[in-house]
Design a protein around this ligand. Sequence first.
Ligand SMILES: *Cc1c(COP(=O)(O)O)cnc(C)c1O
Length: 463
Amino acid sequence: MTKLSDPSLLDRTRDHVVRYLDALPSRRVAPLATREELLAALRVPLTESGEAPAAVIDSLAGAGERGTLATAGPRFFGFVIGGALPVSLAADWLTSAWDQNAGLYVTSPVASVVEDVAREWLLELFDLPREASLGFVTGCQMANYTALSSARHALLRRQGWDVEERGLCGAPPIRIVAGAEAHVTIHTSLRMLGFGTAAIRSVATDAQGRMRPDALEAAMREAEAPAIVCAQAGNVNTGAIDPLREIAGIAREHGAWLHVDSAFGLWGRASRDRRPLLDGIELADSWATDAHKWLNVPYDNGIAIVRDSASHRAAMTVSAAYLEQTSGVERDPVDWVPEFSRRARGITVYAALRQLGRRGVESLVDNACARARQFAELLVRDRRVAVLNDVVLNQVLVRFGDNDALTREVIARVQREGTCWLAGTTWHEMAAMRISVSHWATSEEDVERSAEAILRCLDEAAR
Ligand SMILES: *Cc1c(COP(=O)(O)O)cnc(C)c1O
C-alpha cells in the first residue's frame, strides 16, 4: 500500500521552519531579496517529469524565505498584522494534514464542532449576545461583507422585499451611513453588495478619527430610508474607538442596523483595562473582526458575528438537495460564510484560545498596548518627534520635524536599515509613520532597539 506520509520530507520542512523562525529576531525585517533575485531563483522551467519533493521544498525554503517580509517576527510594526502563536502554527499544520473541506458537517464533523465551540468562546470573551451567529472567513473585509449582507437582508425584508430572490434592481432604498474614516474594506464590501460607494453618507469624525455623534444624528435625521450605520472600533491609524454607546442609541432611535468594523479593536474587550473604551459595542447588530491580526493565528482568518442569526443565515445559506445530509442540529459552516468549499479556519482559533485562556488573551492585548505606549514615550524624548494620536490601543502615529519630506525619508531609512519595519500613512493631510504593535512576542527590549534605530535614522535623514 502506498504510504501517505513522507516523514523525512515533513521533518525536513520542520527543520526549515525552526531555522527560519529562530533567525527572525536577528534578521533584517525587510525582505532580503529583490524581485529580480527571487525570479532568478524561482523561475525554473516547468519540467516534463517533475522534481524530487525535497528539492522543491529546499528551493522554496532557501530562496523563498529571502522574499518574505519578516511579519512573523517581533519587530514588525507595519500595518496591523501580528505573528503566529506556536500553538496556532501547530494547529495550522494539523489543519493542512487533515485537509478537510469545512463547508459541511458531513465533509468534516471536527471542523463543524470546533467552530461551534470557538463561537461560544469568542462570544463569551467579547461579551457579545450569546445567541449571535458567527462565521469564519478569510479576513475582516469578508467579515464586513458577510455582516453587511445580513444587514441588507434584514432591512429589505422589513420592507417586504426578498433581496436574495429579487436582487437590488427596483428594491426599496437603503441608506448607508459611515464615519469619514471608515476602513477601505467597508467601501469594498458595499461595492460587492451592489450599493456602490456613492451611496455612502459620510459622517464627520473628530481629531482622533472617531465618528461624531452630533454629525451622525444630523445624517440620520436627513435619511428618508432605513439605514445601515457603519461604526468602527480601532481606527487603522490612531486605534481610536467610536463612541459606541451614543452611536448605538442614535441608531436604535432611527431603526437603523448598526455594524461595527472592529478588525483589531474588538480584542480590547478581553482586557479589563481596555474594556471601558468599547462600552456599548454589545448593542450593535453585527461585528467584523480578525483572528489573524491580534489573536496571532496564521493568515488568513477573519470572523463575522451577527446578532440576528436568521438574517445572517438567510444572506449566506446555500440550499441544494444534495447538501441536505444532516438532522439540522449540526453546524454546516457553509450557512454562515460566502465561501462554499473552504479551509477549516476555526481550528487555529480554537487552539489559540484554548492555550491562552481568558487571561492569556488579556495579556496579549495589554502587552501590545503597553509596548505602544513605551514606543511613544521613548520617541517623544527627542524634541523633533511628535506623536499625533492619543495612544489608547496598539497604534502610534509619529511625525518628524513637523515635515512631510523628513517623515517619509525617516520611514524609507528605517525600512532599509532593517532593525524593525514600519509603513507611512497620510493622517489629516500630514505624512506620518504608523507603528502598530500586534505581535505576541514583542518585548520591551524589542521596542527599545527599534526606537533607537528610528532615532538613528532620524539623525541621518536630518543631516
Ligand atoms: C485590517 C482591517 C480591515 C481589513 O481586514 P483584512 O483582514 O485585511 O481583510 C478592516 N477594517 C479595519 C479597521 C482593519 O484594521
